[in-house]
Ligand binder design. Sequence first.
Ligand SMILES: Cc1cc2nc3c(=O)[nH]c(=O)nc-3n(C[C@H](O)[C@H](O)[C@H](O)COP(=O)(O)OP(=O)(O)OC[C@H]3O[C@@H](n4cnc5c(N)ncnc54)[C@H](O)[C@@H]3O)c2cc1C
Length: 368
Amino acid sequence: MRAQPINIVGAGMAGSLLAVLLAKRGFAVSLYDKRPDPRAATAERGRSINLALAARGIRALERAGVMDAVRPLLIEMSGRMIHDRSGDTKLLPYGWKPGEVIYSVGRAALTRLLVEAAARYPNVTLSFNQACIGAGASENVLRFRDENGDDYDVPLATTIGTDGAGSVIRTSLAADGFVKACEDVLHHDYKELTLPLLGFVPALEVNALHVWPRRGFMLIALPNMDGSFTATLFLAKAGERGFASLRTPDDVSDFFAREFPDAVPLIPNLLTEFFQHPQGLLGTVHAEPWYVGAKVLLLGDAAHAIVPFHGQGMNAAFGGLHDVRCAAGSAQFVGAVVRGFRPHAPAEYGGDCGDGARELRRNARHRS
Ligand SMILES: Cc1cc2nc3c(=O)[nH]c(=O)nc-3n(C[C@H](O)[C@H](O)[C@H](O)COP(=O)(O)OP(=O)(O)OC[C@H]3O[C@@H](n4cnc5c(N)ncnc54)[C@H](O)[C@@H]3O)c2cc1C
């Protein structure tokens, strides 16, 4: 076991899986998160309840040795079930061969499982309720604020920033001129709604990702383990057919009756949920480069957040980790990770900062 711990800031999808991968290789890991321990806390509202997991993400989970534990959390989705305005449906399979499917997985359950897996390694230290408030690459400090509001520093080298799309580490590195970061907020937001069981029966065909595609907006629904579905409305922030135009219960009822008539009877708490659930932001992040020397590296959404229309973000984050090649010392380690990670980064889709992100986003929209 190596003595020098690697700091991982952000124990979300990418950070907790990375902790497992590094701990397996014998690295000492200090994993920090600003949120409470997911093993004790209830699920946070406002992020997607469930996600689509594909082959790229599964390969990384297999490599980490956690796939057997993850499998019982998965619901197979063999294709997109398209719902038109008249209520007719058509299944578009994801593949032609058996097994060419994707899976719905609960975000909270998967995060908890990955944190539990990391916690089993004696070389992993977990620290929750610890918010990173800055990273100084020149001074070699990583700053935290604990749950009592007290600040403290730890040495920066070696740190991996997996603190998500709003990464404090990326922002610090960008402010000091070490990385160039493009953060592009989409004109569309999202809101989640629930399709509960109808009596004892799921409201929709379980083994499909349901899509109500409309021009410029859509509703999707993924199955949950308890037989319910979580629907997500992707809609422009402004304009005639945007969130801003849905101010009253009548506005919302009329909009759903017109655009998604077959979904209306399946969402009994539509009005309550619509006005109570948060309206989430969507965006694209592109950072270039993703590292500063052998000191700090950005992975997952912190380096390359992407709009979720093609279910790419978590899968891309896991795919990047799959490429981790650990070397003996921390300096070689970061270099090796960067070399391994580079082929999957957004830059492969285009030219300089911004073009790659735009191209990825166009690609995601096109395929949705
Ligand atoms: C509506 C929606 C639907 C999506 N659907 C899919 C899908 O179907 N398939 C898919 O592959 N992807 C999907 N995604 C994308 C996916 O959620 C992200 O790509 C994925 O969560 C990225 O993982 P991450 O670990 O990089 O970041 P996160 O999961 O965001 O984790 C970041 C972690 O860092 C912690 N953190 C943040 N700031 C700090 C700080 N200052 N100090 C300490 N800790 C901090 C957070 O608490 C969190 O635990 C979707 C996203 C959205 C918004």
